[in-house]
Design a binder for this molecule. Sequence first.
Ligand code: HEC
Ligand code: HEC
Length: 397
Amino acid sequence: MIETNRQKNKKPRSSHILYPSLHVIKFMKSLRHPKSIIIWLFLAIGLFSCPEDPCDGCVDDVIPGDYNPTAYGFQFPEWLPEFEVPSDNPMTVEGIALGRKLFYETDLSGDRNISCASCHQLENSFSDNIPFSLAGNGQMTSRGAMALVNLGFNESNLLWDGGVQTLEEQVLQAVEDPLMLDGDWIDVLDRLTIDGEYQQMFRAAFGVERKSEISKDHVAKAIAQFERTLVSYNSRYDQVVWENDGWFTNEEERGRALFFKEDDQQVEHPGCSHCHIAKYFTDHSFRNNGIDGPPSLSDFEDPGRGGVTGVYFDNGKFRVPTLRNIEVTAPYMHDGRFETLEEVLDHYSAGGHDLENEDPNIRPFTLTETQKQDMISFLKTLTDTVFLNKTDFKNPF
Ligand code: HEC
Ligand code: HEC
């Protein structure tokens, strides 16, 4: 029975080859006919009409699956204002998950040897513990890796010199920069879009319908979304000062009084809070805090802000960095020149080099050994162990 059915369905082998070929030959002949102009027209329209969608009908390119993004809501304590997120990159649970994975993805680097997280390590508040970091091309970065914390509260003027304006833009640059990931966007996108899990994640985060639509902007947006979640508000300082929960020790309390500026008449005072203002412990400005004393403002090894603005008076100014999690981000300053907080305090108490653009708040003061330790104890209250151990920030691989 089964045999006969099979026999019945079977066409003679030759007809498979013959029938289509005969049709093709007939069709080709008909094209020589004067009336065939219409067919030629259709062919031409078919070939040239939609160059913007070369992959129409490429089933392989389609990413199946749903697109129902879940809006992400920050759960900030009352005392912390929410920050604005760029309107073209709203935060979603799916976007953040993708960004977190990409942040730890070595495929972003040219030699697949490093990721963002190689230089921005969670246990160091997303900085590292060396003055300069090893870049993708095997050379050292020209400045120290910055801690990534509370970035959303000040999204312009990123980097030590303020040369980059948005987190998205920073990703686009860091991937290509030889002294960062040393990658090539075309290669990076090839590697990512071939991976089924990434395809799904890009679809879920951005509604991308085709693999060929996944772009570097999607990568940048996802990583920026993840970076905006890196908010610190759980340090002992926050608990004592904002949450009214617990006390400072005597040491810490004495250190606090030294850190925050007293009235301006009192010259002999560290006055750190002139620039490292609570609650972010930075005022986001660019200042010369007196670490160098070159013969003139043109002689800074790294002009810092001046390199971006081209203004002579800006040479040697750098962004005031946050002091949150400062305990775990040594070595300190843009070139990691100080290994310990003791050394940092020794620098400030010396009062700088009297350069013409040195900030007026840099002036000599004396600290006893106990006062130094008091200040360091206070600075350590800014360590946010909840942040440093947060599962959501860890390597998802
Ligand atoms: C090779 C080490 C290295 C890698 C890899 C690296 N960074 Fe950085 N990052 C740095 C250094 C160094 C700086 C400071 C650069 C400067 O000021 O010129 C920095 C600065 C930043 C800043 C500015 C922070 C601020 O407060 O202004 C952000 C954001 C950042 N990196 C995110 C990333 C992301 C995202 C990636 C991956 C796409 C990445 N970095 C890869 C070393 C690195
Ligand atoms: C005039 C403004 C100003 C004052 C006052 C000031 N700082 Fe700074 N601070 C800066 C700037 C600017 C930098 C970055 C300089 C650089 O990297 O070249 C910095 C860097 C630091 C760093 C290194 C941070 C890092 O991530 O590497 C620490 C720690 C620090 N300051 C602590 C203090 C303490 C403690 C005081 C008080 C004794 C103080 N600062 C007073 C402006 C100031």
